[in-house]
Design a protein around this ligand. Structure first.
Ligand code: ZN
Length: 295
């Protein structure tokens, strides 16, 4: 079972094209994010559209006119795709948590539109900001995972500092929330792996029955090729082989390129690093089933 945990939609894709791409690549199931709820949704051929020039301050939006209506439109788009191929497409809402009714929209997206998780990119907000706590609480309550962008951010102006892995340590306070940091947080790969170690250590610190580390590492590139062997080797050597996820960052209409991602990662893992076939299978899909709550 191969699961691509990191696919973007632009708001224009058709299900037959998506499935054809997945078949060509040999991808069984794909986690597809709704578009970001900006006015450019469905218009631009870019995952992250162009922003307006000028300074964006802490808690300001990089895009004008991000609205709850657009957010709901984004939910409906990805929900429709998922409904057309529920055994192949796993819909996530790319949530803008600063919208006043973000928690209500989230609840509706999961309970009524049956989306399976959340994607978020900190745009001039910190993951540990207090206004985020209700979102984390709701995700815990709904038993759905959150996939965060982490690492340098191409887009959303000067937002990279908001996306450093250690900013996510606050999630220790939400111990039943499963989450993943994307791109092994490149270039902060070591920090990402250390934060994972922090969450592993927390199993011994907090009372209760929990045996599973709540944090996953989404290995979607991110890492330029020259860093990739290093990143994957460190993840494995540090003991995170049960918590690392395969992903491509493809757009949903171009999933055939996933084939090259699979070939590259399997070659690095098997031939260069020398991990077992079993570990490769966990990386490609087994771990994602647990992240998604499907196993
Ligand atoms: Zn992405």
């Amino acid at each position: 079972m191969i699961i691509d945990c990191h696919v973007h939609s632009l708001g224009v894709e058709k299900v037959d094209v998506i499935l054809k791409g997945m078949d060509k690549a040999g991808i069984d199931r794909a986690v597809i994010f709704s578009p970001y709820p900006s006015p450019y949704m469905g218009l631009e051929e870019r995952i992250i559209p162009r922003t307006a020039p000028g300074v964006t301050r802490y808690l300001e939006f990089s895009y004008p006119n991000v609205t709850s209506e657009k957010q709901m439109e984004a939910v409906e788009f990805i929900a429709r795709l998922q409904k057309e191929a529920p055994d192949r497409i796993i819909g996530f809402v790319w949530l803008e948590p600063r919208l006043k009714d973000a928690v209500q929209i989230l609840e509706k997206a999961i309970t009524s539109r049956e989306l399976k998780g959340i994607k978020m990119i900190p745009d001039h907000w910190y993951p540990y900001d207090e206004f985020m706590y209700p979102v984390y609480k709701k995700a815990e309550e709904l038993n759905i995972p959150i996939l965060f962008h982490s690492g340098i951010l191409y887009g959303f102006k000067d937002s990279s500092r908001f996306c450093r892995p250690v900013n996510y340590e606050v999630l220790l306070s939400f111990p039943n929330l499963r989450f993943a940091l994307a791109h092994v947080s490149w270039p902060w790969v070591d920090e990402c792996i250390a934060v994972w170690g922090r969450f592993r250590a927390s199993l011994e610190e907090i009372e209760g029955e929990r045996k599973e580390v709540q944090m996953f590492i989404d290995a979607t590139p991110g890492t330029p090729l020259i860093y990739r062997k290093d990143a994957l080797q460190k993840i494995m050597a540090f003991g995170a082989e049960n918590n690392v996820l395969f992903g491509t960052d493809c757009t949903a209409g171009r999933l055939e390129y996933g084939k090259y991602h699979i070939e590259r990662d399997v070659a690095i893992l098997r031939q260069v690093i020398g991990v077992s076939k079993e570990t490769v299978d966990k990386f490609l899909g087994g771990n994602a089933l647990r992240f998604l709550g499907l196993k």
